[in-house]
Ligand binder design. Structure first.
Ligand SMILES: [Zn+2]
Length: 260
């Protein structure tokens, strides 16, 4: 399975928990020198792609962040994350499972604004890219981050081709039942994508899900993709702030996404 990652993702670009030094280290270690995974590098997303989801003012605001004292290269880093999301989604469009090990995250970035450690909406730009290239017409977005992806809802929520679901339940079994129920009720789509936040983890902010729950979410997505959309499935990293355990949680999700 391909993991989309760029060495610059190691850089700390702002003072938020998402941009913290070392945050991705255990996740990178899970995939490096692991024969089941291949790391591949994305390009920076061009403005043309960003403007499918955002108004120009959002790009200008991100560029202006670069002159602030607590951030550096924010525009570049956010454009690189979007480039990673597009590459991940393109792999999935060919029926290959893929995961974007990217930051900054994106699901709190709206058409005209951003907040919550996000700048550009990685997921929305990637799906709109695929649709503009006629690679998909529709998609289901499972946002299992602790927080509601208000940016994704702002950009794609009124579009009849996109279906967005944020599960909310306490404990593995209730949460997984909620996910299963949402997938069972989903109309026919061409692709399933996860805004994969790991802050619902039992030893992170949400104090909720086990590592095995992330594996089972991946498995449910795999089952859905195999039966409904020719195996087209991917995930993009959103939140997740337990640096020590992020690696095993991301790995469990990716194994599940491969049906393991
Ligand atoms: Zn979150």
């Amino acid at each position: 399975m391909k993991i989309v990652f760029h060495p610059r993702m190691r850089e700390s670009y702002d003072s938020t928990p998402a941009g913290a030094p070392g945050r991705l280290n255990t996740a990178i270690a899970s995939f490096q020198n692991n024969p089941d995974y291949q790391l591949i590098m994305p390009d920076y997303a061009p403005e043309e792609d960003l403007l499918r989801a955002h108004e120009q003012c959002v790009l200008e605001r991100a560029k202006a962040e670069d002159s602030s004292s607590t951030t550096k290269h924010v525009y570049e880093m956010a454009a690189l994350a979007v480039g990673g999301a597009i590459l991940t989604a393109k792999l999935a469009a060919m029926g290959e499972p893929a995961f974007g090990l990217i930051r900054p995250p994106g699901h709190h970035a709206s058409a005209r604004s951003y907040w919550g450690f996000c700048y550009f909406n990685n997921m929305a730009v990637a799906l709109l890219h695929l649709r503009s290239k006629h690679l998909i017409k529709s998609a289901f977005i499972l946002d299992f981050d602790l927080h509601v992806g208000d940016g994704t809802i702002d950009i794609l929520g009124r579009d009849k081709d996109f279906h967005i679901y944020n599960p909310h339940a306490h404990g593995d079994s209730s949460y997984l039942a909620d996910v299963k129920n949402a997938l069972d009720g989903c109309p026919s789509v061409d692709m399933i994508a996860a805004s994969a936040g790991f802050d619902e983890y039992e030893h992170c902010w949400g104090h909720n899900l086990s590592t095995e729950a992330f594996r089972k979410i991946g498995q449910l997505m795999n089952d859905f993709a195999q039966s409904q959309c020719d195996g087209r499935r991917f995930g993009l990293l959103e939140g997740g702030y337990n640096h020590q355990d992020l690696g095993k949680n991301v790995l469990a999700f990716c194994e599940g996404l491969q049906g393991r």
